[in-house]
Design a protein around this ligand. Structure first.
Ligand code: PLP
Length: 361
């Protein structure tokens, strides 16, 4: 089988060894004569899948199990937009609006309390990450979106929000860039961008915050504590996606962890941004502040809609898929997550060079 150069934004590329392990486990899991989909989540063998994924996630992030818990839930990152305020919004919270996902998180939170949009780049079509933000100081938490999948911006440094708990939607860059994870009280990520398939969300939560501030008077299935206390097995987890997520974490550890992938992702992104910067009258990066350019989702437009269509049409027979930008931004978007090989990015960069030469007019 020839693998395509996969630039889909999500669900997105997975490492080949992980796909192979999954294929095998779908037929026969751990030599038991049953599929990974046919075994009780209460069986010790499956429980190990969960506990190892928890331990591997913490190890990759450099966090201790004494301080942080990892749980795996269904419902997508979108469900977390509601669960975070449901669990922690007592009175008011600060949100930074850096894109569509952030806007959706704000909308959900507003149904449960008072939300202050402490900064927003909406006026300029989310083309940068706001700086020098003045936080309220007495909010229940501050919420940010570390990588804006649609607009192609990324927080390269973790904000200082004082003693207020920091919460982040890390769906599209978790474990793809070095972060000071200890700064965060809660991090969540839909797996289907950078750490697995759709159907499972990873939530990393600071236990002390959860114990001290987690709201009690909410349905127990929506309470983070319920899932933490049950070792993420309060009810049947998304068993197969969670298995794939676990394998993806092991693959990442094998590659040298965040340290190694950080370097590789920076290099991959540079390959594409260098072409964009070399031909600024042809390829126009949609992000105006260079330091805010995402290493995960590289967004750019071409001079005309016709050229954009041609760019995509001619990429297809070369086995490059998923390059069309999100409908709200238009243009192109190359998503180059952890599992996207350097070779695919080099191939795309070369294609961009050639396409420029033929079509510059
Ligand atoms: C894709 C994405 C979401 C939505 O995830 P679902 O799993 O579809 O709910 C939320 N936030 C960010 C940053 C995303 O990239």
């Amino acid at each position: 089988m020839q693998r395509a150069h996969n630039f889909f934004a999500g669900p997105a590329i997975l490492p080949v060894p992980v796909l192979e392990e999954t294929r095998d486990a779908v037929m026969d899991f751990a030599g038991l004569g049953v599929s990974i989909m046919e075994i009780s989540h209460r069986d010790k063998v499956y429980e190990k899948v969960v506990t190892e994924a928890q331990a591997d996630a913490l190890a990759l992030m450099g966090l201790s199990a004494d301080e942080y818990s990892v749980i795996f839930l269904g419902g997508g990152a979108t469900t977390q937009f509601a669960l975070v305020p449901l669990n922690f919004l007592q009175k008011k919270a600060d949100y930074v609006n850096t894109g569509e996902w952030a806007s959706k998180a704000i909308k959900e939170a507003k149904t449960l309390g008072e939300i202050t949009e402490v900064a927003s780049s909406k006026e300029s079509k989310f083309t940068f990450i706001p700086k020098n933000i003045k936080y309220s100081g007495d909010a229940d938490y501050v919420h940010i979106t570390t990588n804006n999948t649609i607009y192609g911006t990324q927080w390269k440094t973790d904000p200082d929000v004082g003693s207020v708990p920091l919460v982040a939607d890390m769906s599209s860059d978790i474990l793809g860039i070095k972060r000071d994870f200890k700064k965060y009280s809660l991090m969540y990520a839909g797996a289907q961008k950078n750490i697995g398939p759709a159907g499972v969300v990873m939530v990393v939560i600071k236990k002390a915050w959860m114990e001290a501030k987690g709201k009690q008077n909410i349905p127990s299935i929506f309470k983070y504590k319920t899932h933490v206390d049950a070792g993420s097995l309060a009810n049947t987890p998304p068993a197969l996606p969670l298995f794939v997520l676990g394998r993806t974490l092991k693959w990442l550890i094998g590659k040298g962890g965040i340290e190694a992938i950080h370097t590789q992702n920076e290099k991959k992104a540079k390959l594409l941004y260098d072409v964009i910067d070399a031909y600024p009258n042809f390829y126009k990066g949609t992000v105006t502040v260079k330091e805010d350019r995402s290493w995960m989702n590289v967004t750019f437009v071409l001079p005309t809609p016709e050229l954009e269509e041609k760019f995509i049409a001619e990429a297809k027979p070369k086995k490059m898929l998923g390059l069309k930008g999100h409908r709200s931004v238009g243009g192109m978007r190359a998503s180059i997550y952890n599992a996207c090989p350097v070779e695919s990015v080099e191939f795309l960069a070369k294609y961009m060079e050639e396409f420029y030469k033929v079509n510059k007019g």
